[in-house]
Design a binder for this molecule. Structure first.
Ligand SMILES: *Cc1c(COP(=O)(O)O)cnc(C)c1O
Length: 390
């Protein structure tokens, strides 16, 4: 599909101001249902609920504006927006499998994707093989005659491992296997999986699209045919479509998405440079750093990367990692990312002190998210925490 200007998509596309008093900001259609004058019109929407306004578990005008913008950003024909990223993952995967099918997934996908593969789908006879997705041969080897879905997350939101999206898409097409890629890390501004031939792109809009740490939401994009199939079944049946107010918050978030990503990209470069020269840092893991093992693929496949990185600190004991995190004044300890505020999560939070092994770099690893603060403000905070363990 021809792509539109990003500025047009974010500022105008999908909005019909003349229909709502030429208001600049679109209204929130906070309504559960819509009235009809003619039985014939009601019949049409009963036949195809995606074709009109009937009930807001299905189609809602505020949500429609958001759907149009998000589809256009991904160069996709259509889009569905859910009440969480987890729901978007769940619906897109569920729509792609039936009893007896097999899924090939990258190692360590997002926690709730993995829990669905491990705990829910096996109850319905669907099994999953996890592979190291950095090598295309691993996909070739894992595919079975019953494989109906390849599930990707590139970059992965913990270790940032990438998959070659075009190569996987080509392989999957030849085998008639559906592909889904979790694109939360990059957003459509930095990577367009659909353009690489992936069937469905999924993101947690809770992260960069919202950008303000105040909304939970998720996105699936793909062809009209795929979106219609999911809408008629999983979307309406699970009933986890986004609510109009949250859709409005995401439209508002989209207005500043390029600006926020640009700002965070610049700050990230400064913070990465600061961490790399620090004597207490053993390693920095960031896809657009030359030391990253898949740096060449990252540069070829992604227009940018920002905000989310990991680093390994030099520590003998778990208490040093704990002291480091608890000594930060401004960088908050919290899950999630993509908002205005910088965040940190130590890997060792999921370990008991007795299991801590200083020889294991993962145990000394911290995931840092860089928000909208000044670079210097963040480096000063990090330096203060380092001084407590040095
Ligand atoms: C947060 C996240 C999700 C889940 O999204 P929610 O909006 O939290 O439900 C899925 N994938 C990735 C990579 C995420 O970071």
């Amino acid at each position: 599909m021809d792509s539109m200007d990003v500025s047009f998509i974010l500022n105008e596309y999908g909005e019909e101001r003349e229909n709502y008093f030429n208001a600049i900001a679109p209204p929130i259609f906070q309504t559960s249902n819509f009235a009809f004058k003619k039985v014939e019109d009601l019949r049409k929407v009963f036949e195809d609920e995606m074709s009109g306004y009937l009930y807001s578990r299905g189609i809602n005008p505020t949500v429609d504006i958001l759907r149009k913008k998000l589809a256009a950003l991904d160069n996709a024909e259509d889009c569905l927006v859910f009440n969480s990223g987890a729901a978007a993952v769940f619906a897109s995967v569920l729509a792609s499998v039936k009893a007896g099918d097999h899924i090939v997934s990258v190692d360590r996908p997002y926690t709730w994707a993995q829990k669905m593969f491990d705990n829910i789908l096996p109850r319905f006879g669907v099994t999953t093989t996890y592979i190291d997705g950095t090598k295309i041969e691993n996909f070739e080897r894992a595919i079975l005659p019953t494989t109906s879905l390849i599930y990707l997350e590139s970059p992965n939101s913990w270790d940032f491992a990438l998959q070659d999206l075009s190569a996987v898409a080509e392989l999957a097409k030849a085998e008639e296997i559906t592909t889904i890629c979790d694109n939360s890390y990059c957003t459509p501004l930095y990577q367009k999986p659909i353009d690489a031939g992936i069937d469905m792109s999924v993101q947690s809009a809770t992260k960069y699209i919202s950008g303000h740490s105040d909304t939970i939401a998720g996105v699936v994009t793909g062809t009209k045919q795929r979106m219609k199939k999911i809408f008629d079944s999983e979307y309406l049946n699970i009933g986890s479509g986004i609510q109009p107010f949250n859709a409005w918050l995401l439209i508002r978030g989209l207005r500043t998405l390029p600006l926020r990503l640009e700002r965070i990209s610049n700050t990230t470069l400064t913070v990465v440079a600061f961490l790399k020269q620090h004597p207490l840092v053993e390693k920095v893991i960031f896809p657009l750093d030359e030391t990253f093992p898949q740096y060449e693929l990252a540069k070829r496949q992604m227009k940018g990367a920002c905000g989310l990185l990991s680093f390994v600190i030099k520590a003998e004991r778990m208490e040093q990692v704990i002291t480091f995190c608890e000594s930060l004044d401004h960088i908050l300890m919290a899950v999630s990312w993509g908002g205005y505020e910088s965040l940190i999560i130590p890997r060792c939070a999921s370990l008991t002190p007795a299991d801590f092994d200083p020889a294991n770099t993962e145990h000394r690893m911290l995931r840092l998210y860089i928000g909208l603060e000044e670079a210097n403000y963040l480096c000063t905070d990090l330096e203060k925490a380092f001084s407590k363990i040095g």
